[in-house]
Unconditional design. Structure first.
Length: 145
DNA sequence: GCCAACGTTGGC
DNA sequence: GCCAACGTTGGC
């Protein structure tokens, strides 16, 4: 069971939009980066991820779950290279966990979010994931399922 | 709005 | 296959 982090600019697609999209989830389309695509290819349905607001917000704001495995990205009809998973919003953090806070905490020094700020889909360590959920006020939700 | 970092493209 | 040019991302 791996853990992930997905970035989105909130004015394009916010966590509120993700939650409003419902149980079925939505295609995480538009990723045009091989590294990010390759991570999505390895994702299993049911794996969880952090939802991060870039630019405006700059904070982890919620929890998502992979609801369908990687398949061709419908927004790339002419180019079969690009694939993406489907995501379902699970729960909003009670308190956003800011990038500033993550950067300041030595326990997150190894996070990709810190070392490669441009990668839009990235792996997160189990320890990092749990800790960020706790900071976001979702301790129970994490240990739940 | 600026700029640094990074990834991709395309000429050679 | 190298590398310069360009485009994009995202923090500040």
């Amino acid at each position: 069971m791996a853990f992930w982090l997905f970035k989105s600019e909130p004015f394009k697609w916010s966590f509120a939009d993700q939650m409003a999209a419902g149980e079925a989830g939505t295609e995480w389309s538009g990723v045009r980066n091989y590294q990010a695509r390759n991570f999505m290819r390895t994702m299993q349905v049911g794996e969880r991820g952090l939802f991060y607001h870039s630019n405006e917000g700059k904070a982890v704001v919620g929890l998502v779950e992979v609801s369908a495995p990687a398949a061709h990205d419908s927004t790339s009809p002419d180019d079969p290279r690009w694939e993406c998973v489907h995501l379902r919003g699970l729960q909003a953090f009670l308190r956003p966990v800011a990038l500033e806070e993550i950067k300041a905490d030595p326990r997150f020094a190894a996070m990709v979010l810190v070392s490669n700020s441009r990668l839009s889909v990235q792996p997160v360590g189990a320890g990092e994931f749990t800790l960020i959920c706790e900071l976001g006020g979702l301790r129970e939700a994490v240990t739940g399922t």
